[in-house]
Design a protein around this ligand. Structure first.
Ligand SMILES: [Mg+2]
Length: 316
């Protein structure tokens, strides 16, 4: 039997799982399953295969996208301050958006563009959500918050609070908040070695939005196709991304097979890949991620350096 990955390997797995899921998922982002197979008849398994259309050619093959850029805003703030500082994270989101912010989602852009964002980000997020008739529940928060499952992982309540805090910097909908709490809480459970206790979403968070519970429960024991990640009018929906992560955790036999299933399901595949990748990285560890995916990342070394610093802080 393969030995269980150790904590440092799992922590590195969350960071690299996020980045490789994002970088490979870009290859099928916004495609239907049929289009995925039209573009990649042999399947997509390396960054070099990623087709260079107008959307994708903005990044180099092997670059991660906005999902991991924002994940790193959070991680860098944690590494610098040793604490979750909401206004510091908010100002890092804003700085990133002003210096390119490539791939930024519509809803996040609206929130960051409001005057007063840096002092009252939650108010800006709430304003945009209310203007959208409280119907907007995009995946722009859950795509970046997996790292909060690592920070303070021993204290489950703290993990859930941190996920809520960082979600609300741009997203107010309870489905967005609960997606972040579910995924960060799941990662923290795995890091504590308690994954065997997790069967239903309320094992992670006792009180959850009923729409999230219903969505996740409908996936239990089902194939990923049942999740319809490429459903046209629901492509960027937060519950799709959270569901991809939940599904991968419960059904994937390995990091590689799990991530490839999600990537080949199309839809918002870089985000779904980032979420599923970080969850799978926690479960199977960095050492289980195919070397070509790690080494093919254009910015691998800076990620390694951050991972080492985080491991040192978290395991001290
Ligand atoms: Mg993206």
């Amino acid at each position: 039997m393969t030995p269980l990955p150790q904590l440092p390997d799992r922590i590195r797995g969350v960071i690299f799982g996020q980045a490789v899921g994002d970088a490979l998922g870009l290859g099928t982002e916004f495609m239907s399953v049929d289009e995925v197979w039209e573009h990649y008849p042999e399947g997509l398994s390396t960054y070099h295969q990623i087709i260079q259309d107008a959307h994708r050619s903005r990044w180099r093959q092997g670059d991660w996208t906005d999902d991991t850029d924002q994940f790193l805003c959070i991680l860098d703030s944690l590494l610098e301050h040793g604490d979750v500082r909401r206004l510091d994270i908010a100002s890092r989101f804003l700085d990133w958006s002003r210096t390119g912010g490539m791939g930024i989602g519509r809803s996040t852009l609206k929130v960051l563009s409001l005057p007063g964002y840096t002092t009252e980000p939650e108010k800006a997020a709430r304003y945009v959500w209310e203007r959208g008739r409280r119907d907007l529940a995009p995946n722009g928060a859950v795509m970046r918050t997996s790292i909060l499952g690592v920070w303070d992982y021993k204290d489950h309540q703290r993990v859930l609070e941190n996920a809520t805090t960082v979600c609300q910097l741009t997203h107010s909908d309870p489905r967005c908040i609960d997606s972040c709490r579910l995924i960060s809480g799941l990662i923290a459970c795995v890091l504590r070695g308690e994954q065997a206790k997790v069967h239903v979403p309320t094992d992670i968070v006792a009180e959850l939005d009923p729409r999230l519970i219903e969505h996740i429960m409908a996936l239990q024991g089902k194939k990923l196709e049942h999740h319809q990640l490429d459903e046209p009018d629901r492509i960027g929906y937060t519950l799709k991304a959270a569901g991809a992560g939940w599904w991968a955790h419960h059904h994937a036999p390995s990091f590689e097979v799990g991530l490839l299933s999600v990537v080949h399901a199309g839809g918002d595949a870089d985000t779904n890949g980032a979420v599923a990748g970080s969850v799978l990285g926690a479960r199977f560890g960095f050492s289980a991620i195919p070397t070509t995916w790690v080494d093919g990342l254009n910015r691998r070394d800076e990620l390694l350096e951050r991972a080492d610093r985080l491991v040192a802080l978290v395991t001290a």
